[in-house]
Every structure is written in structure tokens, then in C-alpha cells.
Design a protein around this ligand. Structure first.
Ligand SMILES: [Zn+2]
Length: 185
């Protein structure tokens, strides 16, 4: 399992717009598979290409067994509104409540190169919106109130010292610990 390094808050790539994928190649499929491996190792439910230092408009998600690679995703419909707690693999140990739509319809291209449309609700909808935001340089902390964002960033100033070069490298020990925990659950 070849894991990718995760870029953390402060790396400029997290704030950049991605580039639409023109063609689903074997190389892109290999990237998708490595992104899944990295996401599972980090115990995430979604991971977007900029988080692993890539510019492709691509994200992978797995929310309660709903596993999808979304290439060039586009949110075509939203409805409802609810607040819910979010975290991000690129801002470890920082959490905050974000108001999002409770239902979305997303149009994307799949790993097989075929276009599809997905209707999602609740956590899956939240995850899709969070990941699509990543593809446009937006992060969940952008939605926090001024006060909450300030306190999150103050906490992050200390947290980020754990990530030299703004890189989060999953160590084999960390991965093993996570697998063990998963088995316990
Ligand atoms: Zn994120």
C-alpha cells in the first residue's frame, strides 16, 4: 500500500482551483486507488486531490459504504439546511460546526469514465459538499464565525508544528493502530 502525503493547512495548493480532468486514464485510476488507501489509513470519509498535492478535479468518498470517486463533480441541486460538526484530514484535530444543505444532487464522471448523477442526504451530502469545496480552494473553517475561526486558527498554530513542511505523513505504526481500532469497533 503506497500512501500519499497529506498536505495540511498553510500549503497554498489547498487554496487553489483544480483543473478539470480531460480523460480518465490508467494513471488517474492509479491515483484514485492511492487516494482511497490514504483516506482509509487516515480514517477519513473523503479526500480531495489538492489534499495530496494534486491539481486534478477529483475526490474520493466513502460514507457508510457509499463509495464513490467523483471526477469533475458539479453540484446541480441542493435543498434543506442543517448544522453539523466537521473536521478535515488537512486540518487534523480541529473541528467546527458548519451549516450545509441536507440534500444534494451531484453530477460527476466515475472511475470507469462514465458520467453519473448521485442524490445524497445528510452525512453523505455534507461530505460531498466539503470535498467539492476542496476542489475550489475552500475549507470548512471558512464558514466558521470570526470568533470561532480565530480560536481554531490559534489552536492550529500549535498543532501545525507536528507537520514539518506542512506535510502529514502517515506512519506505519499509525496505520496499524487505526486498523486495530477499526477491528475493535
Ligand atoms: Zn477536508
Amino acid at each position: 500500500m503506497a500512501l500519499l502525503d497529506i498536505r495540511v493547512l498553510g500549503d497554498p495548493i489547498l487554496r487553489e482551483e483544480t483543473v478539470p480532468v480531460a480523460e480518465v486514464t490508467d494513471e488517474l485510476r492509479a491515483l484514485i486507488d492511492r487516494m482511497y488507501d490514504t483516506m482509509y489509513a487516515a480514517q477519513g470519509i473523503g479526500l480531495a486531490a489538492p489534499q495530496v498535492g494534486r491539481r486534478e478535479c477529483l475526490t474520493v468518498i466513502d460514507v457508510e459504504g457509499a463509495k464513490h470517486a467523483l471526477i469533475n463533480p458539479e453540484i446541480v441541486e441542493t435543498s434543506g439546511k442543517a448544522k453539523g460538526e466537521e473536521g478535515c484530514l488537512s486540518i487534523p484535530d480541529i473541528y467546527g460546526d458548519v451549516e450545509r444543505a441536507t440534500r444534494v444532487v451531484v453530477r460527476a464522471t466515475g472511475r470507469d469514465g462514465k458520467p453519473f448523477e448521485l442524490e445524497a442526504a445528510d452525512l453523505l451530502a455534507r461530505c460531498i459538499l466539503h470535498e467539492v469545496d476542496h476542489l475550489h480552494g475552500r475549507l470548512f473553517i471558512d464558514y466558521l464565525s470570526v470568533l470561532k475561526r480565530r480560536s481554531a486558527l490559534a489552536k492550529w498554530t500549535k498543532e501545525k508544528e507536528k507537520y514539518p513542511g506542512l506535510i502529514r505523513r502517515l506512519t506505519p505504526a499509525e496505520v496499524a493502530a487505526h486498523h486495530h481500532r477499526n477491528e475493535e469497533l
